[in-house]
Design a protein around this ligand. Structure first.
Ligand code: SF4
Length: 316
């Protein structure tokens, strides 16, 4: 990893392991520790924000340069030697334990909550890069599940072969579909690969057969990819996801150099989009979080608690 890039990441409170894996405390993890405010995934899926390990096993590569991405972009590099999954998980948990020491003496942080946070039970494999490129991802997921840790993976869909090759799948798999067609895709996701759109189509076709809770996330940027409801619906019908998350772009991090505040859709615009999409795919809004500009499309009465839906993957 380029030293300048590493210094920048450490300055932004990333902690790096073996030059390709990283952990960083999530905003909501900290909010949950100090103010008992938690992320929308705690509301929707029953995870515990204060026990969440926000990490990536592959900070070194992403096939996109999405305009809405908050992360540091453009420093891809080849990994010389990939870490073993067990040692990597141990190392990142230890790094997180060091990162939260500051909460220990803080009167706003409940002692029991601090002790729980020292033992993460949720892994958000979405920090940066494309986690699916980590060659031992299946073993890593198995290791997490064997420790009773739930797993959420976010991918941009351009690695269908990797997805198909996973023997162990995450408990929840997010595929980000941030464009209704190839033309908009090229403008918004700025792919580094020629056949990115075709790859995403292959991933959508693969999704109905996957043994995991599948979610399509539409990250919506006003004036860029918000709209085209019929085309988004057609894509969602291919994937037959368990759930769909239309989510508004948020003006944060590196994206501020590429987009403006006006690109953030209002919650009403997200809800309107979701209602229209829902009528076309036979779903309706079953959860929502205004402060996170996100709604959840699914079926009324659908079980959402990730440990109830895919708890069989876990062995405490
Ligand atoms: S699930 Fe995501 S948003 Fe929630 S605490 Fe973990 S990293 Fe943060």
């Amino acid at each position: 990893m380029d030293q300048q890039y590493k210094d920048l990441l450490i300055k932004q409170q990333y902690r790096i392991y073996n030059d390709h894996a990283a952990v960083k405390l999530c905003h909501w993890m900290k909010e949950s520790m100090l103010h008992e405010r938690h992320c929308y995934k705690q509301d929707f899926y029953g995870i515990e924000s204060h026990r969440c390990l926000q990490m990536t096993p592959a900070i070194n590569e992403c096939s996109h340069l999405c305009s809405f991405c908050w992360r540091v972009q453009g420093s891809d590099f080849e990994v010389k030697e990939w870490a073993e999954p067990k040692e990597m998980l141990d190392a990142l948990i230890n790094e997180q334990r060091k990162l939260i020491q500051g909460f220990k003496g803080d009167p706003r942080c409940d002692r029991k909550r601090f002790e729980e946070a020292m033992n993460p039970n949720q892994v958000a494999i979405s920090l940066a890069g494309e986690p699916i490129t980590y060659p031992y991802l299946s073993e890593f997921l198995k290791e997490c599940h064997s420790r009773g840790m739930s797993t959420f993976l976010v991918t941009n869909g351009t690695y269908p072969e990797r997805m198909a090759s996973l023997e162990t799948l995450p408990m929840k798999t997010y595929v980000t579909v941030a464009a209704p067609n190839e033309e908009v895709y090229r403008k918004v996701c700025r792919p580094k690969i020629k056949d990115g759109w075709q790859k995403i189509m292959q991933t959508l076709e693969l999704m109905p057969s996957l043994d995991t809770s599948t979610v399509i996330r539409h990250t919506l940027v006003k004036g860029h990819n918000l709209g085209w409801v019929d085309e988004y619906a057609a894509l969602d019908k291919i994937a037959e996801p368990e759930l769909i998350e239309p989510k508004g772009y948020v003006f944060v991090g590196g994206s501020r150099m590429r987009l403006s505040m006006d690109c953030m859709p209002s919650f009403q615009e997200i809800t309107d989009f979701a209602n229209e999409l829902g009528t076309r795919v036979g779903m309706e809004i079953i959860r929502q979080r205004e402060d996170s500009r996100v709604v959840l499309l699914g079926h009324p009465g659908q079980e959402l608690d990730v440990r109830k839906v895919h708890g069989q993957k876990l062995s405490d």
